[in-house]
Design a protein around this ligand. Sequence first.
Ligand code: GLP
Length: 249
Amino acid sequence: ENINTVVFKNSTTASKAVAQEIAQLIKEKQKDNKPCVLGLATGSTPKGLYAELVRLHKEEGLSFKNVVTFNLDEYYPMEPDSIHSYVRFMKELLLDQVDILPENYHIPDGTLAKANISKYCNDYESKIEAAGGLDLQILGIGGNGHIGFNESGSLQNSKTRLVALDHITRVAASKDFGGLSNTPRTAITLGVKKIMEAKRVILMAWGEGKSNIIAQSVEGEVTNKVPASFLQEHNNAVFVLDKESASKL
Ligand code: GLP
């Protein structure tokens, strides 16, 4: 089974369309007096989406008071105030720019003692369940097909956990970290299972560089070599693409 794909002329128009869908969902939930539970991603891909959500808040009064968020992942070890942390990324690009309540956003903690990580990961999943599950999960995709930091080999029923990063993931990240030796070797990631349990999944990808892995994920076999291919088995997943990332479909 193939995944629904929607191709936009560029990442700006695509990001605005995704922001509209999220704004719509937030407002529907507001009308019903319900929380809107969003799974959020980092990386360069969702930056335009977050900029548009901030604009909708500042210029069109979109409120995030009923929004609850769970981020996919964080490097480990990682201090929250480091320029490399996903906590800092999320605060600067979205969370500190809108009226979300501080108790309503969650980002995996990169400062835990190793011995406490597995309990922390179980609790992270319990919090998602207690919130009613993810209404919508936003994803980017790694060049190797990873989602969150579920690298090749991650199982479809994998839980939230500490993972070793693939060499090519570290090479991609090393530009930000100023060299491979400074790049973390591990990360905490939401497991594939919780991603697959989200009621709606939107994976975004931009640029020619993602075109091969997009084609494999959408049209290739469902395999744990390409974790994004698991989304072929999700009943409400869409890949939002620009012309370049869609060019090999
Ligand atoms: C990191 C993140 C992923 C993200 C990927 C792609 O590995 N943990 O969630 O999808 O990078 O990054 P980019 O969007 O910069 O291409």
